[in-house]
Design a protein around this ligand. Structure first.
Ligand SMILES: Nc1ncnc2c1ncn2[C@@H]1O[C@H](COP(=O)(O)OP(=O)(O)OP(=O)(O)O)[C@@H](O)[C@H]1O
Length: 575
């Protein structure tokens, strides 16, 4: 909890004000029974009207102070807790953004969403409660005991007799509560993951008529959440009755022995009333305890989950070269590279070596799962090679400042991803502060300009939710344009033209060939691959063949098979 609550430090002055007001409210509250005792003993029983009026005015003044401090304390408590949760959320989000892919993959996306939403909310609630009632309740209990001893020590002893037992009981319950609520948050993660998956796959679910099946699956997860939440609350629910039972026993003892002592003359009626009053206030504070313990237990497990993100070990960027050192801008080289995904032993790339000079174009082919995407991911350092060296612009990628390296690379992923917003916004996402003419230029090259101009709002057309629905091929071309806007010296296309027709792809290729960029392009089509300077054929993570189309036709039986099967297919389609 320490790390999470350290983000409340900037508000320590406001927290101090809120706590001071809380203490003032508490002090006033503790003085009230004393004044009531005075009204009874010195006013009512002594028949002194003036004393009643005097102490009555004091009592009203104290109530007014308590009321005002309560209101102002509430204002500061909510201001501080809201600002704290805003800061915390920002820090956690920035931390997630800074993760390397290997670290990012350790957390399921749904778990990160829960941490940013529900977990931060729970911690914020606890800070608010700390400033309002969390400290006030235990202090009220301690203060009431102290005041009871001031009023009449003998009677006060009966009030505290059950305390040791109640304290042990509370400690055990807090421990239980924390572990139960950590389960609840994990269930919430599962539920979020399920909702996320289902919403993304809504078309698939409809097409396969799996709506009912998915609803049942959802009910199952929601049911587990309910069961675990009920279990956690059950633990909490027994706290209050047991605390009240203990307090009522003390109260009974105070009344029983109090009456006896008044008869003996060792206690006054006003004193007994004051102590009963303190006992009632303590009972009220205790009734808040179960609520506080529950909030604390939830916040403890939530803050631990948030700290998992904040304190996660991550690959640090190295910062040895600057942009000025780009002697071989655009050159890409793999030197004996092998790679296993973090946390696994299986090498998905084995001893890969090849080199590209600036502006050369490489087509990468291979069966599904042969390691094509993995190979590309090593270039912008999404992952680091397990063995061997990846060089970009003539230097080991691990020596580049990550920002500098990635600035020079344009990536078009296998699955096109557009953000909610305008087409312009999506294109300029590739390069901040780009001119409209640069966006249009990239769109022309990516063969999407004419399509955009046919939309009524042109480049201001909104995409995503509440915007136009784009076809798979249109999305792919916009993704390519977004990469081109960056004017990258290394362009990576991961099977990003799969949805394009032959004519559009040929036109796109013509443009890309002229582009001043080294290009690595995963493709399944021989027609596309043969236009590249060289082709790299991957088989089960190893280079099976490397060279020009003609060289591979001669040297690789696998390449010949692919070439002939695609030729036959084309003839079939033509017939
Ligand atoms: N994040 C990951 N963690 C562990 N293994 C992975 C991960 N991503 C991919 N793999 C494994 O690495 C191997 C290569 O995957 P990769 O995605 O590079 O293949 P690919 O040739 O691009 O396939 P496709 O053509 O289907 O996209 C596969 O066996 C895959 O199961």
């Amino acid at each position: 909890m320490k790390t999470v609550f350290s983000y409340a430090k900037p508000y320590k002055f406001l927290i101090a004000i809120a706590l001071s007001l809380m203490l003032l409210e508490l002090t006033v509250e503790l003085l009230q029974p004393l004044v009531i005792a005075k009204i009874i003993d010195d006013g009512i029983l002594a028949g002194d009207r003036n004393q009643i009026i005097e102490y009555g005015i004091i009592l009203m003044g104290l109530s007014a102070i308590a009321f005002l401090s309560g209101v102002v304390n509430s204002y500061f408590a909510s201001h501080v807790s809201q600002s704290f949760s805003f800061d915390l959320r920002k820090v956690v989000y920035a931390r997630i953004q800074s993760f390397s892919l290997a670290t990012f993959n350790r957390f399921p996306a749904s778990g990160l969403i829960t941490r940013l939403t529900s977990d931060v909310n729970l911690v914020q609630q606890v800070l608010f409660m700390s400033l309002r009632i969390m400290l006030r309740a235990p202090l009220l209990v301690i203060g009431s005991i102290a005041m009871a001893f001031v009023v009449n020590a003998q009677l006060a002893v009966y009030l505290v007799i059950v305390f040791p037992v109640l304290s042990v009981f509370l400690y055990v319950m807090v421990k239980k509560g924390v572990s139960h609520f950590s389960f609840v948050q994990q269930r919430l993660d599962q539920l979020n993951r399920m909702v996320q998956e289902n919403l993304q796959a809504v078309r698939l679910i409809k097409a396969y008529l799996r709506g009912k099946h998915e609803s049942n699956r959802f009910s199952g997860v929601a049911d587990s959440l309910k069961i675990d939440t009920v279990k956690a609350f059950r633990v909490m629910e027994i706290i209050l009755p047991i605390l009240l039972f203990g307090m009522n026993l003390s109260l009974l003892a105070v009344l029983w022995f109090g009456a006896f002592e008044i008869r003996q003359g060792s206690a006054e009626i006003g004193e007994l009333v004051a102590i009963v009053n303190y006992a009632m206030r303590m009972t009220g504070a205790f009734s808040m305890f179960s609520f506080i313990i529950m909030a604390f237990a939830r916040a403890k497990s939530s803050s631990e989950r948030i700290e998992e993100v904040l304190l996660a070990e991550d690959v640090r960027e190295k910062d040895e070269h600057g942009e000025d050192n780009m002697l071989h801008r655009g050159a890409v080289e793999f030197d004996g590279v092998s790679f296993a995904y973090p946390g696994t032993d299986r090498l998905v790339l084995k001893n890969i070596s090849f080199s590209l000079k600036a502006n050369e174009k490489l087509a990468i082919m291979g069966a599904t799962g042969s390691g094509k995407s993995t190979l590309l991911q090593l270039i912008p350092r999404f992952y680091d090679a397990t063995d061997g060296m990846v060089k970009v612009h003539g230097s080991d990628v691990q020596k580049w400042k990550l920002r500098t390296l990635r600035k020079t690379i344009g990536i078009v992923p296998q699955q096109s991803m557009l953000f909610t917003g305008t087409i312009s916004g999506n294109l300029s996402w590739g390069k901040e502060q780009s001119e409209q003419s640069e966006l249009a230029d990239a769109a022309v090259k990516a063969q999407i300009h004419d399509t955009v101009m046919r939309f009524p709002d042109g480049y201001n057309t909104r995409v995503g939710q509440k915007g136009v629905n784009l076809s798979g091929g249109q999305k792919q071309r916009l993704s390519i344009a977004r990469a081109l806007v960056r004017k990258p010296s290394v362009l990576i296309l991961d099977d990003s033209t799969s949805a394009l027709d032959v004519k559009t792809e040929a036109a796109l290729w013509q443009e890309l060939e002229r582009e001043n960029a080294t290009m690595l392009m995963v493709t399944q089509k021989i027609r596309t691959a043969m236009k590249a300077d060289r082709i790299l054929l991957l088989e089960d993570g190893e280079i099976s063949a490397y060279g020009t189309h003609e060289q591979l036709l001669k040297a690789s039986s696998l390449y010949r098979q692919i070439a002939f099967s695609q030729q036959e297919q084309e003839v079939d389609e033509y017939v």
